[in-house]
Design a protein around this ligand. Structure first.
Ligand code: GLA
Length: 388
């Protein structure tokens, strides 16, 4: 957690004035426990908010100028909402700008602000640093303007901003988890209806250990979009049997099995199988957690990774090596990649007294077998966006 007092001093150093009128907000990163590449298919996801994320200090100004600065990136920018548009050289500032523009489109009014961000989420690690920046901006500025806050609307606006302003075709999972997370709970979300449930994560002495491959998610944009369109193709073929089908997440494993012959392309068939079976795994995971069957949940995590590796093909050597090495360590119940894939992080369920041994063993083997050095974070489940 950021040292707020020190951050306020740096805010004053940058923007002048004193502490009066500075308000502080925090939005977490997220880790997805299971349910990968199901969100844009209208399926289930099961993410949790982390205790580290993005802190934002805001102070209103008397004019319409909005000034952005970050403790993490050198780029700073000064804009007005009226003229705000995507500008390559504005780098990270495009994310908060995107959210402001899309909130304004919905009729919300804003003024001028000084804004200072501090991010603790490693970039490009698949722990939703961008969703965290988007949601903290939306929540912070809506709060200082006394606009009524609907957290689900903020998640939707942030996703829309990322899709339309940033040109990244993500689903709703990340923004939803960041806006709606709850300490010690994971969020079961049905992505086509946005029905959700906070499910207690009773870890029974186990820890969620996040392993960062430090391989930045390379191919992610083009491959992500390719997967999306393969899923749409699968829906087209399956409509012969299910005329009103719009998203793969509407089908269950039996229905697909009975009709997968309608999909002529072998790759597309594998993509559909992943999505539909992964959906089932999410529901089974929730049942297992509710019944305190952590071992069953661990096995579902392993099956999820296997499917992402072989059916959906969104892993990479580094993710596969990290999971493989994790599963060799005693006291590991499950391990899988988390997020979009092609690099980024894994999440493992590890018995508390084995965490140190796990980090040492996996870190060593990973460094030997790849060109990267791993980093590990013991994930605590925290709250969604809030004022500090
Ligand atoms: C990224 C996207 C999410 C989701 C995951 C894969 O994190 O932002 O919407 O699609 O990939 O599950």
């Amino acid at each position: 957690m950021a040292n707020l007092q020190a951050l306020k001093q740096r805010f004053i150093g940058k923007f002048g004035g004193n502490e009066a009128g500075i308000r502080s907000f925090f939005a977490p990163g997220r880790v997805n426990l299971i349910g990968e590449h199901t969100d844009y298919n209208g399926g289930y996801v099961f993410p949790a908010a982390l205790t580290f994320g993005t802190t934002l200090l805001v102070r209103k100004r008397d004019d319409a100028i909005i000034r952005f600065a970050s403790e993490n990136f050198p780029t700073e920018a000064e804009i007005t909402l009226e003229t705000a548009k995507f500008e390559q050289e504005h780098d990270w500032v495009n994310y908060p700008k995107a959210v402001l523009v899309h909130l304004a489109k919905r009729g919300y009014t804003f003024g001028g602000y000084d804004l200072l961000y501090l991010g603790e989420i490693p970039n490009g690690a698949g722990l939703s640093s961008s969703a965290s920046i988007e949601v903290v901006t939306a929540f912070g500025l809506m709060t200082v303007e006394n606009h009524k806050i609907d957290r689900i609307e903020l998640a939707l606006v942030s996703q829309e901003a990322e899709n339309q302003f940033m040109g990244v075709n993500c689903g709703i999972m990340d923004q939803f988890a960041v806006a709606m997370g709850k300490s010690e709970h994971a969020v079961l979300l049905k992505c086509n209806t946005l029905d959700y449930e906070h499910v207690p994560f009773k870890a029974q002495g186990c820890k969620l250990v996040i392993g960062n491959t430090n391989k930045r998610r390379g191919l992610v944009d083009s491959e992500y979009n390719a997967r999306r369109s393969q899923c749409e193709q699968a829906v087209e073929y399956l409509r012969v049997a299910f005329p009103s089908l719009t998203l793969l997440g509407e089908l269950n494993a039996e229905q697909l099995k009975a009709h997968e012959g309608l999909i002529p392309d072998e790759t597309v068939r594998r993509r559909a199988r992943h999505v539909i079976e992964e959906n089932d795994r999410v529901l089974k995971s929730v049942e297992a957690l509710k019944a305190n069957e952590l071992e069953t949940f661990g096995k579902l995590m392993i099956a999820s990774h296997d499917s992402l590796q072989h059916l959906y093909e969104v892993t990479c050597k580094e993710l596969d090596v990290m999971v493989e090495e994790a599963l060799k360590v005693p006291g590991v119940l499950g391990s899988r990649m988390t997020g979009a894939g092609f690099g980024g992080c894994t999440v493992s369920l590890v018995q508390g007294d084995q965490v140190e041994a796990f980090i040492a063993a996996v870190g060593k083997a990973y460094a030997e077998r790849t060109d990267y050095k791993a980093e590990f974070y013991v994930g605590e489940i925290g709250d969604g966006v809030k004022e500090l």
